[in-house]
Structure formats: structure tokens, C-alpha cells
Design a protein around this ligand. Structure first.
Ligand code: HEC
Ligand code: HEC
Ligand code: HEC
Ligand code: HEC
Ligand code: HEC
Length: 462
């Protein structure tokens, strides 16, 4: 009896001690979490409507400091962030873009800090009427802007803003690309906020085209899932490290009367597949001023071209090269100074490639030199075809007689522009870039031959 009481007491004491210990531990963990939240998350409250990066910067000073540095201007051999004019460095572009706003002003892009101000400065927006759809990729916090313009509905607001003239839509925004464009403010997880990419991926998932960088699309297809593919539910963290960039670094067009911003991935991501879609839609950006061909302007197809390369297939993400990790004290942070990796070879390439900085820079530039050499040939060929069509036109050729040559101009010019407007000078997918440029040369020369055929046929008939 006594013994038993003693035993009970002992058990009780033991349990109490254990409970106390566990409670203390839990309290400690809880407190640490709070501390972490206090120092990391809770200096200021941030939400969907916090569009000013400086406010987020009070919670995350290291990432904000990187973001601020996107205001730097450093040039590389083929890229970088100095807004030089491509029309001056490649005068043939004035011939190729004749009749389009791009023949007035086309510059090397700069960092994210300038995304809104550069759009306001360009003569393409100053002298030409543009659509509110332009804001999708140039202003910060468009998810929030769309919801407020659509009575809470993202897609309704998106449609409404695309319908507005750009000059009017500028009144709705004040920030460049910002934190909330890539992060959920509640959890800081990466997420897609841009409706044109959500629509684009849904369309792409419904095709059979390979998308090596997004295995979750291939899985979704394999499992024969119904409904709409949604990256925010399906994509892994590594896929998101590229998809956040694909919100904006992609080819686009404005569809129909409502100028709805659309990513043309209905037949796949490759240059030829995209043009096939435009052909099926009978779409042209403009009618070429000297040749009369109905042509399409390509814009920054980084995501599309990169998907054709070895890095995408190996699971390397945009952020691996453009936002590599760096150590700051005990912290490992992602470099938010999004820029050319060739200004940062040690951190961007050497974690995976066991070579020297000089060697890696040379490997990248040798790819770029070859692309540039092939591009110069394609550019000369397209400009010569344009000259020949214009001459035949001046000599009285009819639209019917010029139709085949004009279609070949459309095909050749599109491919040349696809690689030229893509901003890596072929690096993102070297073999694909050279193939596409080779096709451009071939189509342009074929176009010239069809005109020769006409000329000799005319001479032959008295
Ligand atoms: C394996 C590394 C790597 C990956 C992955 C990668 N890039 Fe690049 N990117 C480069 C290199 C190298 C250049 C050439 C930079 C230069 O010429 O200065 C470049 C150029 C660019 C440029 C032009 C930069 C400038 O300063 O002119 C943009 C924009 C870009 N990449 C976006 C992307 C996007 C978006 C993705 C993902 C869809 C991506 N990149 C994936 C290495 C990479
Ligand atoms: C799908 C996203 C997207 C849309 C829509 C978009 N842009 Fe851009 N824009 C970009 C990206 C990405 C860059 C940087 C890469 C480049 O310059 O090729 C850029 C670069 C620019 C630049 C700087 C370089 C240059 O071309 O001179 C200007 C100016 C510009 N855009 C204006 C516009 C205008 C005007 C519109 C509407 C007609 C527009 N953008 C629509 C994504 C977009
Ligand atoms: C909301 C749209 C948007 C998103 C999201 C976005 N970009 Fe950009 N990016 C732009 C625009 C617009 C420009 C051109 C700004 C200008 O020229 O004024 C640009 C410029 C760049 C440049 C050129 C910088 C330089 O110094 O020349 C690089 C590199 C780049 N982006 C990479 C990325 C990567 C990598 C991601 C994803 C981690 C990404 N971007 C996400 C719109 C976007
Ligand atoms: C163009 C897209 C983009 C923008 C804009 C952006 N981030 Fe990030 N951020 C990323 C990516 C990609 C990562 C890496 C996430 C991962 O690997 O899970 C990241 C990671 C982070 C992290 C986690 C820690 C780290 O460094 O890896 C924090 C915190 C963060 N960002 C804060 C910010 C803040 C603050 C801003 C605005 C000043 C901002 N981000 C703007 C893309 C972006
Ligand atoms: C996250 C890892 C990773 C990073 C970062 C990375 N690479 Fe790679 N790179 C790879 C892998 C993996 C391959 C493919 C190897 C293979 O399958 O043969 C590759 C292949 C290459 C190739 C051969 C390309 C081809 O098409 O055959 C070159 C050139 C290259 N990388 C250059 C670079 C440069 C320059 C950088 C920095 C801007 C870089 N890489 C950053 C992992 C990486």
C-alpha cells in the first residue's frame, strides 16, 4: 500500500516533470517561431495591396537591396542593361520593321526597376496608340489592379484593362515589377499572379507539345486529368523558379477587338509552331511598308527558346542563373539583382560547372558569336528579299504574283526576329537558335527565287 502510494507519487512526479519539460520545449519553439516571424515577417504588415517594394523591404532588407540594384547599368558583349538603340547597331532592322512602331524606337532592355518608366518613355508608346494590355508585364501588382478593376474578379479586370487605351491605364499604376508579382505576401511562396500566363499554360497543357521545364504539365496530361491545368496547384518549387519569369518573358499578341493579351502556345512553343497558330488565326501585326507582306513582330520569347535547350531539360531554372544564391553572413539568400549572368559568372555558373570564370564566359560567348554570325546572314537575306519584292512591285507585279514571295518573307522574317528578339543571343538553346536562323535564310532565298522565276517567265513570253 505504502509502496504503491510511493510508486504513484513517483509516477506522478515523473509525469509532471516530463510534461513540464515538453511544455517548456513547446513554448521555446513557439517563441522562436514568433521571434523569427517578428524579425523576418512582422516588422510591417504586407498584403495583396502592398505594391511598394520599399515596404516589403523593411521585412526583407537583403532581397530589397538586390531589387534596388536592378537600377544598375552594365553592358556585356551582346546584352546587359544599357538602353542602347538596336536600330543604330543593326541598321537593317529599319528595313525589316518598315511601317511598324519598332522602326521608330527599339532599345536594349534594362533592369526591373525601369520596367514602367521605360514603357512610358519609348516612342512606341508616345507616338503610337497602344493598349492597356501593355501594363500586364510592365507595372507592379497587376493582380491587385485587375481584381479592383473587375469587382474582385481577376479575369474580368484583366479583360477590362486590356480594352483601355494605354495612356488611360497608366493612371491605374505607379510601381515597376515588384515583390507581390512573384510572391504570395501571406506565405512568401512563389506564385503566378498574371492571368495571361494562367491562360497560356492551360492552353499549352491541352496540346501534346513537349514542355521540358514543366514536368507537372506532362504528369497532368499522362494522368488524363480533367479541368484546367493550374500551376499554383500543380507546379513544384523548382518549376515555379522559372514560371514566375514566364509571366512576362514570353512571346505575346493582342487578340481581337478587345486586345486581350494572349500567349500563342496553341500548337506548341517552337518558332514554327507559333507562326502556324498565327497563320491559322490569319493574324498579322502590320503590313510591311515596302513589300506589302503581312508580317508578325516577335517579342522576347525567352521561356519558349530556353525550353528547347539542354539546361531546361536538365531541370535548371531561370532563377538558378539569373538569381543565384549568395551568402550574407549566416544567411543564404537569392540574389534579387536580376541581371545578365555573364556579369556574375562565379555565382551563376560555377556551382554546377567545374571550370574557371574565364572558361565559362568564353563558352557562353562562343555560342553567342556563332548565333550572331548566322543572324547577320539571315538579316541580310531577309533585307534582300524585301528589296526584291519592293522592286517587283514597282515594276508592276500584282498582289497575286507576289503572294508566294510575301508568304516566304513572313516565314523568314518571323524566324529571324524570334531569335533576335530573344535576349540571350542563342545561349538559352544554341542548336535550336541556329536551326531557326538557318530556316530563315532558306525561306528568304526561296522567296527571291520565286521572284526570279517570275522575271525569267516574263522575259520568255514575248
Ligand atoms: C543556364 C543559365 C541560364 C538559364 C537557366 C536562363 N538564362 Fe537567361 N541568360 C543566360 C545567359 C548566359 C544570357 C546572356 C547574357 C548576356 O549576353 O549578357 C542570358 C540572357 C537573358 C536575358 C537578357 C539579359 C541581358 O542582360 O540582356 C533575359 C531577359 C533572360 N536571359 C531571361 C531568362 C529567362 C526568363 C529564363 C527562364 C525562362 C532564363 N533566362 C534562363 C543564362 C541563363
Ligand atoms: C508579355 C509581357 C509584355 C507585354 C504585354 C509587353 N511587354 Fe514590353 N517588355 C517585356 C519584357 C519581358 C521586356 C524586356 C525584354 C526585351 O526588351 O526584349 C520588355 C521590354 C520593353 C521595352 C524596353 C526595350 C525596347 O523594346 O525598347 C519597352 C519600351 C517596352 N517593352 C514597351 C512595351 C509596350 C509599349 C507594350 C505594349 C504594346 C509592351 N511593352 C507590352 C514584356 C512585355
Ligand atoms: C511582371 C513582369 C516580369 C516578370 C515577372 C519578370 N520580368 Fe524580367 N523584365 C521585365 C521587363 C518589362 C523588363 C525590361 C525592363 C526595361 O527595359 O525597362 C525585364 C528585364 C529583365 C532582364 C534584363 C535585365 C538587364 O539588366 O538588362 C532580365 C535578365 C530579366 N528581366 C530576367 C527575369 C527573370 C529571371 C525573371 C524571373 C525570376 C523575371 N525577369 C521576371 C518583366 C518581367
Ligand atoms: C521576378 C520574381 C521575383 C520578384 C519580383 C521578387 N522575388 Fe523574391 N524570390 C524570387 C525567387 C525565384 C526566389 C527563390 C525562391 C525559392 O527558391 O523558393 C525568391 C526568394 C525570396 C525570399 C526567400 C529567401 C531567399 O532569398 O531565397 C524572400 C524573403 C524574398 N524572395 C523576398 C522578396 C522581396 C522583399 C521582393 C521585393 C523587393 C522580392 N522578393 C521580389 C523571385 C522574385
Ligand atoms: C544548376 C546547374 C547549372 C547552372 C547554374 C549552369 N549550368 Fe550549364 N549545364 C548544366 C547541365 C546539367 C548541363 C548539361 C550537361 C549535359 O547534359 O551534357 C549544362 C550544359 C551547359 C553547356 C553546354 C550547352 C549545350 O547546349 O550543349 C554550356 C555551354 C553551359 N552549360 C554553360 C553554362 C553557363 C555559361 C552558365 C552560367 C551562366 C551555366 N551553364 C549555368 C548545369 C548548369
Amino acid at each position: 500500500m505504502i509502496r504503491r502510494t510511493a510508486l504513484n507519487l513517483a509516477i506522478f512526479a515523473g509525469t509532471a516533470a516530463a510534461t513540464a519539460a515538453v511544455t517548456a520545449l513547446l513554448l521555446n519553439i513557439h517563441q522562436r517561431k514568433l521571434e523569427a516571424r517578428d524579425t523576418v515577417f512582422r516588422v510591417v504588415e504586407i498584403g495583396e495591396d502592398t505594391l511598394d517594394a520599399a515596404v516589403w523591404g523593411r521585412n526583407f532588407p537583403r532581397q530589397y537591396d538586390g531589387w534596388l540594384r536592378t537600377g544598375d547599368t552594365n553592358r556585356t558583349r551582346y546584352g546587359g542593361s544599357e538602353a542602347f538603340s538596336h536600330l543604330d547597331t543593326q541598321p537593317a532592322l529599319r528595313t525589316i520593321f518598315a511601317g511598324h512602331a519598332f522602326a521608330a524606337d527599339y532599345r536594349e532592355e534594362r533592369g526591373h526597376m525601369y520596367s514602367l518608366s521605360d514603357q512610358k518613355l519609348t516612342e512606341r508608346a508616345q507616338k503610337f496608340k497602344q493598349s492597356g494590355a501593355c501594363l500586364h508585364c510592365h507595372a507592379g501588382g497587376m493582380g491587385h489592379v485587375y481584381r479592383s478593376q473587375g469587382g474582385g474578379d481577376l479575369l474580368v479586370g484583366f479583360t477590362n484593362v486590356c480594352r483601355m487605351p494605354l495612356a488611360e491605364a497608366w493612371n491605374l499604376v505607379e510601381h515597376p515589377v515588384t515583390c507581390v508579382d512573384c510572391h504570395d505576401p501571406a506565405t512568401m511562396a512563389l506564385r503566378i499572379s498574371r492571368p495571361a500566363l494562367l491562360n497560356g499554360l492551360a492552353v499549352l497543357a491541352a496540346t501534346e507539345a513537349p514542355v521540358p521545364s514543366v514536368p507537372s504539365i506532362e504528369r497532368w496530361r499522362r494522368e488524363g486529368r480533367r479541368g484546367t491545368y493550374d500551376p499554383n496547384r500543380e507546379a513544384s518549387r523548382q518549376e515555379m523558379r522559372s514560371l514566375v519569369c514566364a509571366q512576362c518573358h514570353v512571346e505575346y499578341y493582342f487578340k481581337g477587338e478587345g486586345r486581350l493579351l494572349t500567349y500563342p502556345w496553341h500548337k506548341g512553343l517552337r518558332a514554327g509552331e507559333i507562326l502556324e497558330y498565327y497563320d491559322a488565326m490569319d493574324f498579322a501585326d502590320w503590313t510591311h511598308a515596302t513589300s506589302g507582306a503581312r508580317v508578325v513582330k516577335a517579342q522576347h520569347p525567352e521561356f519558349e527558346l530556353w525550353n528547347q535547350g539542354v539546361h531546361a531539360r536538365a531541370g535548371v531554372a531561370c532563377a538558378d542563373c539569373h538569381m543565384p544564391y549568395k551568402r550574407e553572413g549566416a544567411m543564404k539568400v537569392s540574389d534579387h539583382h536580376v541581371r545578365s549572368p555573364l556579369l556574375n559568372v562565379a555565382r551563376a555558373c560555377l556551382p554546377c560547372h567545374h571550370a574557371t570564370e574565364t572558361e565559362m564566359l568564353e563558352r557562353a560567348e562562343s555560342v553567342q558569336r556563332r548565333t550572331r554570325a548566322m543572324m547577320d546572314r539571315a538579316m541580310a537575306a531577309v533585307a534582300e528579299l524585301i528589296g526584291d519584292i519592293a522592286a517587283a512591285r514597282a515594276a508592276g507585279a500584282t498582289d497575286e504574283q507576289l503572294a508566294t514571295a510575301r508568304d516566304l518573307q513572313r516565314k523568314a522574317q518571323w524566324r529571324l526576329d524570334f531569335i533576335n528578339a530573344e535576349n540571350s543571343m542563342g545561349f538559352h538553346a544554341p542548336a535550336e537558335a541556329v536551326l531557326v536562323l538557318g530556316e530563315a535564310v532558306d525561306f528568304a532565298r526561296q522567296g527571291q527565287l520565286t521572284l526570279r522565276g517570275r522575271a525569267s517567265a516574263e522575259k520568255a513570253t514575248p
